[in-house]
Design a protein around this ligand. Structure first.
Ligand SMILES: [Zn+2]
Length: 115
């Protein structure tokens, strides 16, 4: 299997000069080299033209770590209310106002309201 890999093609792809054709094994080898060099999922996907979903199957460590859903009474939760087309709850409105007020007055932003 690995004997069929064109190492020159892999090296070119890693360096950002995508060959006209690469086998799946070659793309996987190139992706592995980029992972080893600390490239991010999106960068590898764009450079190799490989779908992000496939990359995360090959290299599960690339799977983005999602942030925990925001608790009410924070700016993140306030924005989520809006995204979901909801009216923000009182706790979220209060947090958003407090952060707004702090920004307007050049005061430090309370960390716990932004998280
Ligand atoms: Zn809320």
């Amino acid at each position: 299997m690995s004997g069929d890999i064109d190492l020159i093609a892999v090296e070119r792809a890693v360096n950002g000069e995508m060959p006209a054709y690469m086998t799946t094994d070659e793309k996987r080898a190139a992706a592995g080299a980029l992972v080893g060099n600390g490239f991010k999922l999106k960068e590898i996907s764009e450079r190799l033209g490989v779908r992000a979903v496939l990359l995360t199957e090959w290299f599960p460590q690339l799977t983005p770590q999602h942030l925990a859903p925001p608790a009410h009474g924070t700016v993140r939760a306030y924005r989520r209310h809006h995204r979901n087309g909801e009216k923000p709850c009182t706790a979220c409105r209060t947090a958003n106002s407090a952060v707004d007020r702090a920004r307007r007055n050049f005061q430090p932003i309370p960390e716990e309201l932004v998280a």
